[in-house]
Ligand binder design. Sequence first.
Ligand SMILES: [Zn+2]
Length: 551
Amino acid sequence: MKRVVIIGLDGACWGIVMPWIEQGELPNLGEILAEGVYSELRSVIPPTTPPAWTSLITGKNPGKHGITFEFFKQKDGGFEREIVSALDNKEKCIWDYLSEHDMSSIVINVPVTHPARKMKGILIPGYMAPANPVCFPRDILDEFQQENRAYKVYADSEVADVTPEKRLQDYIDLTRLRKEATLYYARKYEWDFLMVEFQKTDAIFHTLGDSNQENLRLRLYQCVDECIGEILEALGKNAGVLLVSDHGMGKCKWQCCLNSWLKEEGLLTYRSRATTREDTLLTVRKRTMDEGYDHMPVEDEPVKGTSSRLDALMRYLGKTGVTLERADEILSRLHLTFLEKKVPKIIGHKMPRRQIDWAKTKAYCPSPLIGVRINLKGREPEGIVEPGQEYHDLRRLIIEKFQRLRTPDGELVFEEVLPREEYYHGGESSDAPDILFVPNDSDRCIEFKGFGRVFRPSSEYWHKMDGLFAASGPDIARAGHLPSKLSILDVAPTVLHAIGLPVPRDMDGRVLTEIFNESSEPAMRPIVYQERDETEKVKSKIRRLKRSGEV
Ligand SMILES: [Zn+2]
C-alpha cells in the first residue's frame, strides 16, 4: 500500500453513528463501510482521550507510553498535577518509525502531541496543547495563516456559556478549518502517512448543557462527514484509509461517585463540611474575592459575563473531578487565557485535595474514570497504608467489593476490576492507580463522578470502551463487518505493515491482516518484526532508574 490516511473521530462509535448512516445522513461514512471493512475498536483503560490516542499512535499500552492518568500526571511525592503532554509519552509514534526510514508524515490535531518532536514531515499538535502550540517545523502555521484564516486548536466558545446553536456553529467552523489545513498541507507537501483528528465529535456530547440535542449532534457529524468526503476525494484515491476513534460514547443511566462509596465504607474521610467539589471551589472563589488579594486585577472585577464564564469553567473542571493545585497553569495550557486574568491566582493554591483528611483516608479516587489509589505510606504525600501485607489486603478487599457492586436497579457496576499490574505492563506502570476497572458495558453506561451521592440517576453522555474502526482503499477487503473485535493497540502495527515497514516486536497490538484483500500486496507480504534495539532498551532503563531515584 503506497500511502495511508488515518481520520480520527474523537469519541465516535457505531451506537451513535450507525443509525445516522442507515438513514443516509452520513453518505461518506456509508461509502467507506460499503466499500471496505469495519468493526468495533476496543479502547484502553481508562477510555479517555489522552491515554487512548497515545496508545493508538504508539501501538503500546499505557504502562509503556506513560499516559496512564487521563488528563493529568501526578507528580511523585506530591499532590501537584500536571497536564499531560507529548513529553510524558515515552514511546515512538507511527511517524517516528516512518522518519527513521526516510518517509514523510503530515499529522494534524492529534491529542497530546504538543510539543512536537523533530520528525520528517509536519506536525500540528491538537487537544491538550496550548493555543499557540509548538509545531514541527516551528513556523509551519505561518504560511497557512497568510493564505487562510488564523489556525485554531480550540473553538472560540470552548468553555464559555453560549447557546447550544452558537456552540455548534463554533464547532462546525473549527472542523472546517481543520479540513482546510489538512488539504492545504497535504497538497503542498509530500507524504506517505497522513493523520488528522476531529475532536468535536466527542465534545459535542459533553458541552451542550442538555443531553437531548440529537439534532445538533447530527449536524456536527454531517459536517465531519462532508469534510471526510472532501479529504478522500482530494487525497484518498491511492491510499488506504482508516477511520478510527479513541473510545465510544453512550447515554448514562446512573452517575456513580466512588469517593462517596469509599467514605461509606470507612476508607475515606473529608475534613471540611464541603461535600461537593463545586461547593468547595465556589466557596474558595467567593472568599478569595471578598478578601481582595492585592495581586488580583481589581479593574477586572466585576466584569460583565465573567462570573458565568467562571462558573462554566468551574463546572468544566468539576467534571474532571480532579482537584487542581495549579489552576492558573491549566487555564493557560488549555487556551483559557481570557479567563486566566480573571481567576484569582490563589485558587491555584487552595484547591483542595486538602479537603480530604489524609490521616483518616486509606483509598481515594483521584479522578472519576481512572481507578482507585491506595493512600500508601512512602509514596503518597500523607500516606497511611503500610506497603506489603496491609496494602495487598486492602486492595483485594476493595476489588472484591467492586466486583459485587450493583446499581440501584441491580446491574453490576463493573465488567472487570483488577490490580493495575494485570492490565498495564511496562516501565511507566507505577504512575497508574492501584485498582483499575472497566465499567459494565450495558446499553446505558455509568458516569463516574468525583463527588456527590454514591448513585444518582443521570442522562448525561459518557465514554464507553468500544470505539469504531473502518477501512477502505485499493488493498482493503470488501468484507463488511468483521467478526473479530479489534484493539486500539492494533492500529499502529497495521499501518507500519501496510506501508511496508517492519513492526517493532514490543508493540502490544497485532497487524490486522483480516482487513486486507487476500490477493493484495500487504496480505501476501510476510510481516517482518523488528527487535527493539539495545541502546533504546538501555536508555529507557536509565530513564526508569532516574525517576525512581536509584541513579
Ligand atoms: Zn476522546
